[in-house]
Unconditional design. Structure first.
Length: 302
């Protein structure tokens, strides 16, 4: 929340500066440039020097009248600050600038607040803070009731709270796993896969975490995820060659990737590791037969 307010204040400051900067620059230019009075004095001294030179050279007969005319012109061009009428106009102009500037800044602040409230997700930020505050309560409900005892809104709120928690504590393995399982339960494959990917990096030798990661990758509709699942499962089987869950996932994933040879091999190893009366035997044998049919290879006689 504090970061959002900092960004808002920075944008507001930029807007205010952009609004008043032209006025400040125009006033600075007026102050820094030569005044009209100074320019008139320079011109008067220059013309007076020329008249005196012309008189010395005999080019001008009546310099006094010309000097008087020059002085009269100088008096007629009195600077604004010495002219009461023009000074009053200048003061009115300053008041007019203030009348424009102050309401303009107020309007800018008001519009900024309105845009932040409507577009900046203020209500969503409040909702997010409420969820984070309820996180301990939601955790307790999950432990007591399990995911089946919580409604969809509660599960979604718990996922938001856990996501905030892992952002604050990126090395929290348990919360990454929990977020991954929440994503799996809610059917949010993106959240589940990303969470288990982080957990997998934190615990590369944890078979249970690797299996959870592989299961989500196998369920994904993205071909790249299915290929990545094969890599994860091969790593698991290199450590535990008879892992029933890994063999089952590997066989199914290979079949979906149309790698029927690998699917049949995995299922045959799986059959060899199941008890004789296991209910899954018939289903696996049917899957092997389907894979052979896809390969146009006839089943071998029993």
């Amino acid at each position: 929340m504090m970061q959002l307010w900092i960004v808002f204040l920075l944008l507001l400051a930029i807007g205010v500066i952009a609004f008043i900067w032209p006025l400040l620059c125009s006033r600075a230019d007026k102050k820094n440039g030569p005044s009209r009075d100074e320019m008139n004095k320079v011109y008067y001294q220059h013309r007076l020097s020329e008249l005196m030179q012309d008189e010395q050279q005999g080019l001008v007969a009546e310099s006094a009248s010309l000097v008087q005319e020059l002085q009269q012109n100088l008096l007629e061009d009195i600077p604004d600050e010495n002219n009461p009428r023009k000074t009053a106009k200048a003061q009115q102009r300053k008041r007019f600038d203030a009348v424009i500037l102050l309401p303009g800044m107020a309007l800018l602040i008001g519009v900024s607040l309105m845009v932040y409230y409507t577009v900046g997700g203020y209500s969503k930020v409040e909702e997010w803070q409420s969820v984070v505050a309820r996180l301990p309560e939601l955790r307790h409900q999950l432990m007591e009731k399990g995911p089946e005892g919580m409604g969809p809104n509660q599960m979604a709120a718990l996922a938001v709270g856990i996501r905030h928690q892992v952002q604050q504590q990126p090395d929290n393995l348990a919360d990454w796993v929990l977020l991954g399982r929440l994503g799996m339960y809610m059917g949010d494959m993106s959240t589940g896969i990303n969470a288990f990917a982080h957990a997998s990096e934190l615990a590369p030798d944890d078979i249970d975490i690797q299996l959870g990661y592989a299961e989500l990758l196998v369920r994904s509709q993205e071909n790249d995820d299915n290929i990545k699942a094969s890599v994860v499962l091969v790593k698991i089987l290199s450590q535990e060659g008879n892992n029933i869950q890994a063999l089952s996932l590997f066989g199914y994933n290979a079949f979906e990737l149309k790698d029927y040879v690998q699917a049949i091999r995995a299922w045959q190893v799986l059959l060899n590791n199941l008890p004789p009366n296991d209910k899954r035997i018939q289903m696996i044998e049917d899957s092997i037969a389907m894979a052979r049919k896809q390969m146009l290879i006839p089943s071998s006689p029993k």
